[in-house]
Design a protein around this ligand. Structure first.
Ligand SMILES: [Zn+2]
Ligand SMILES: [Zn+2]
Length: 309
């Protein structure tokens, strides 16, 4: 058995890949000009390190033009709320992290975000659980969560719904675990706190757990808007194979993924940067705030000088 540990699995990614053209003439030229202005701030993805996602997965990537062509999931007037669905009771500190993550998602996607009442995991059948070892906690099968728990509960006004659980997640035979998983077309996803450390330990552990949670929630929600893994830049939509790689990955989106997000949600990128600056400022994420400020400077329209006679 080819056992793999894996950060994120996209359910229908491989099916879509075969339908896309293999080579775009120049992905940058296909990017709307306002997003092109941001490119100088972003670092190319570069060669993967041993054990990284791109050493174990063959990813085709997805340009902005390919994204538009595949008719992605988009918010509209009827469906424009992102729901966060707690699965099983969470301790107080983790509830706080979920609340902060919901505020963050609202700024990141520029859509209303609502946290739902807890759904118990007690009724998960034995066939959808496993105990991987004496010292590991029980795992829940992600496909059961996505298609038996979340999808039937999608509210009418939901554009996407993401489950959050303290349980460890497992996507099926051949895999050890996943931190999160989402569907590119069914508008459901899930992520787990299980491997993000104990946020009650101290202030630093809390902030680390919050940052990891924000990254995963935004990454999985990006997938639910049909965004595939990024293979161009250091970007929150890059696939990750282990926690070290995930910790290296930035919270920001590259200009290509930002253009996709704005297409899917109808977000104004200027307002989005302003909302994120407010969030990062309030919660002490200095590096992210500074990056958004630089981005805002570049993307803002240049004022037209008035002629004085
Ligand atoms: Zn992913
Ligand atoms: Zn990207």
């Amino acid at each position: 058995m080819n056992a793999k540990s894996n950060y994120c699995l996209t359910l229908i990614a491989m099916c879509v890949a075969g339908l896309l053209s293999a080579a775009e003439p120049d992905e940058t030229l296909m990017l709307p000009p306002k997003y092109r202005k941001l490119l100088p701030l972003h670092e190319k993805l570069g060669e993967p390190r041993p054990g990284d996602w791109l050493t174990v997965q063959d990813e085709p990537g997805q340009t902005f033009r390919q994204y538009i062509r595949q008719k992605p999931v988009r918010a509209d007037r009827r469906r424009r709320t992102i729901y966060v669905q707690p699965l099983g009771e969470l301790p107080e500190t983790k509830k706080k992290i979920v609340e902060l993550t919901a505020d963050f998602l609202a700024a990141y996607f520029q859509l209303p975000v609502k946290i739902r009442e807890v759904v118990s995991l007690e009724s998960v059948p034995e066939a959808a659980k496993r105990k991987p070892g004496k010292h590991r906690s029980e795992q829940i099968l992600t496909t059961h969560v996505l298609y038996n728990i979340l999808k039937p509960r999608l509210p009418r006004d939901a554009v996407t719904m993401i489950g959050i659980t303290a349980s460890d997640l497992w996507p099926g035979e051949g895999w050890n675990y996943v931190f999160g998983q989402a569907s590119l077309g069914d508008r459901v996803g899930v992520w787990s706190f299980n491997r993000y450390g104990d946020p009650d330990r101290d202030e630093e552990a809390f902030k680390r757990c919050l940052l990891r949670t924000m990254k995963t929630a935004a990454h999985e929600t990006g997938h639910m808007f049909s965004m595939r893994h990024c293979t161009l830049y250091q970007c929150n939509m890059c696939g990750c194979n282990h926690l070290g790689e995930s910790d290296r990955r930035p919270l920001r989106l590259c200009p290509h993924c930002l253009a996709k997000l704005c297409h899917a949600t109808g977000a104004d990128p200027i307002k989005r940067f302003e909302s994120l600056i407010e969030f990062y400022n309030k919660h002490g994420f200095e590096e992210e705030r500074e990056f958004c400020e630089k981005s805002l400077e570049l993307i803002k329209p240049t004022p037209i000088a008035k002629n004085v006679y």
